[in-house]
Design a protein around this ligand. Sequence first.
Ligand SMILES: [Zn+2]
Ligand SMILES: [Zn+2]
Length: 342
Amino acid sequence: MALMKALRKTTANPGLELCEVEVPSIRSDQVLVKIEIAAICGTDLHIYNWDKWSSDRVKTPRTIGHEFAGRIVKLGEDVRHLKEGMLVTAEGHFTCGQCYYCRTGQGHICDDVKILGVDVDGIFAEYAAIDAKNIWLLPEDRDPAIGAIHDPLGNAVHSAYAHCLTGQNVVITGCGPIGLFCVALARHAGARKVFASDINEYRLDLARRLGADYVVNSRNGDLTSLVHKVTGIGADILLEMSGSKEALADGLGALRKGAAASLLGIFSDSVSMDLDAVIFNQLTLYGINGRRVFDTWYQMEAALESGLDVSPVITHRFSFEEYEKGMALMNAGNCGKVLLIP
Ligand SMILES: [Zn+2]
Ligand SMILES: [Zn+2]
């Protein structure tokens, strides 16, 4: 049996282990992908740190990771529409196909979803077995590093494209990679003014580079009054990417009457909010979960083909052996997207 390197959670404790394991075998409806580039997601960091969510959800041993670009090296016997050698990434949510949501075109909120690198072995490895129906073909000339970040870029597209951004004043709270993607998407869609807030100067700097007109460090700046001062009326759209209750309150306070917000940032505690402001200002709040399969992916491809440039979000690259450095950097927050090369 051929062996490969894989980054695994081997025990129910913080950390990971670089292991030698067997190259996975594939089912008849799967393909084997040779991973060229992987990206570290916030989810991977949660599992690395072994917080409450991950210790409740993840069974060890588990190879983690779900953001990648790679090439197909083997096809399951029932796979007809793909070929060996194709450059691909994948939707990392494997849906059941049977539940009410799957049967009504809403597989992204499937009742029985299995997540790559969480519920099944993931892609922080030299090879991974992926369901053929989840494979997303990349153009041959696509930089594999951009291919590797389609999953989080898709979260941003799903959040941002819930609204028409053209000519609108857009506020983005939280400038982690997905917030930064939102800045680029708003700019690309022809937003009027783009405001971004965070508490990390490194990330605010990236937001500026991606096209934010105004950046606010919420530790010492007042997003709400700045937005009202610049727009005269308040912003049209809020994209909440931080999962911070203070940022949520600032963002909602920055909106004009009749405005709309997408909420993607995950809050670690329950949040109390001023619902009277939502009611009297007639705000519309959209909860955003994952990516619409595959509507969001087609929209993302169209944005990239028409010149969306998110390359500044990728700030660091490490080898698999240096994974601890990547995780430490992400815990510190002075980074955009961090890549791992097998
Ligand atoms: Zn991810
Ligand atoms: Zn389902």
